[in-house]
Design a protein around this ligand. Structure first.
Ligand code: GRF
Length: 198
C-alpha cells in the first residue's frame, strides 16, 4: 500500500547538493517511489540551489542567522515544508540543528558519512569525519541513513553501507569512496522507510 503512494520529499541542504540531484534523477526515472517537492537551503549561493533550479524544484533559502532560537527556525522551516505537501524530510548535508514539530517526528531522515554510532555527533561533519576515521586507523568506513531525533546522529538506523579504507587514503579519496555508497544508501533508506510507513 505505502509503496504505491507517491511520497513527497523536502530536501534540506547547505552545500553542494549531490544527493538532491541524485534523488531528483531517481524520482524522474520513477525508481525512487517519491517526488522532490521542495529544497530548503540554510545558505544562499550554494551549488545545491543551482541543482534545484536545473531540476525545476522549488527552492527557498532560510538562514538561521538572526533567528532567535532553534525552535523558531524549525517553525519557519516546517511551515514551508507543510505548505509543499511533503510527507518525508531528508537532511542531505544540512549543517544546522533541526527542531522537529510533532507532526513531522519520525519523518525526518539524515545521511551521515560514517558507520554510526562511530564518528557521529556535534562537530563530525564533512571531511572532519573522514580525517578522524583515518587518524584512528579504521580499516572500514561507510555511511548511515537514519531517522532524526533530538540528538545529533542518534536516531534509529535504516540502512548502512560500508567500504574499505585503502592504504594511502586521504580524507578526499576516502570521502569519494564513501560517497559512492551514500548514493545507494539514501534511496534504499527512503524505500525501506516508506515500506514500513502506514
Ligand atoms: C554527504 O556526504 C552527506 O553524508 C553529508 O553531507 C554530504 C552532502 O553532500 N551529511 P551533498 O551536499 O549532497 O553533495
Amino acid at each position: 500500500m505505502s509503496l504505491q503512494r507517491d511520497h513527497k520529499i523536502a530536501v534540506l541542504v547547505s552545500g553542494t547538493g549531490r544527493h538532491l540531484e541524485n534523488l531528483c534523477r531517481l524520482a524522474a526515472d520513477g525508481t525512487l517511489g517519491g517526488t522532490v517537492t521542495l529544497c530548503i537551503s540554510s545558505r544562499p549561493g550554494v551549488l545545491a540551489l543551482e541543482r534545484a533550479a536545473s531540476a525545476a524544484i522549488p527552492a527557498v533559502v532560510l538562514q538561521k542567522e538572526g533567528v532567535e532560537s532553534d525552535r523558531a527556525y524549525g517553525v519557519r522551516l516546517f511551515e514551508e515544508i507543510r505548505r509543499s505537501g511533503a510527507d518525508t524530510v531528508v537532511l542531505a548535508g544540512f549543517l544546522r540543528k533541526l527542531w522537529i514539530p510533532d507532526d513531522y517526528r519520525g519523518r525526518v531522515i539524515n545521511i551521515h558519512p560514517s558507520l554510526l554510532p562511530a564518528f557521529g555527533g556535534k562537530g563530525f561533519y564533512g571531511h572532519r569525519v573522514h580525517s578522524a576515521v583515518l587518524e584512528r586507523g579504521c580499516q572500514v568506513s561507510g555511511c548511515t541513513v537514519h531517522l532524526v531525533d533530538d540528538v545529533y546522529d542518534n536516531g534509529p538506523i535504516l540502512v548502512q553501507r560500508w567500504c574499505p579504507v585503502e592504504p594511502g587514503d586521504s580524507a578526499d579519496t576516502l570521502a569519494a569512496r564513501v560517497f559512492e555508497e551514500e548514493l545507494r544508501a539514501l534511496p534504499e533508506g527512503l524505500r525501506r522507510f516508506w515500506a514500513h510507513d502506514s
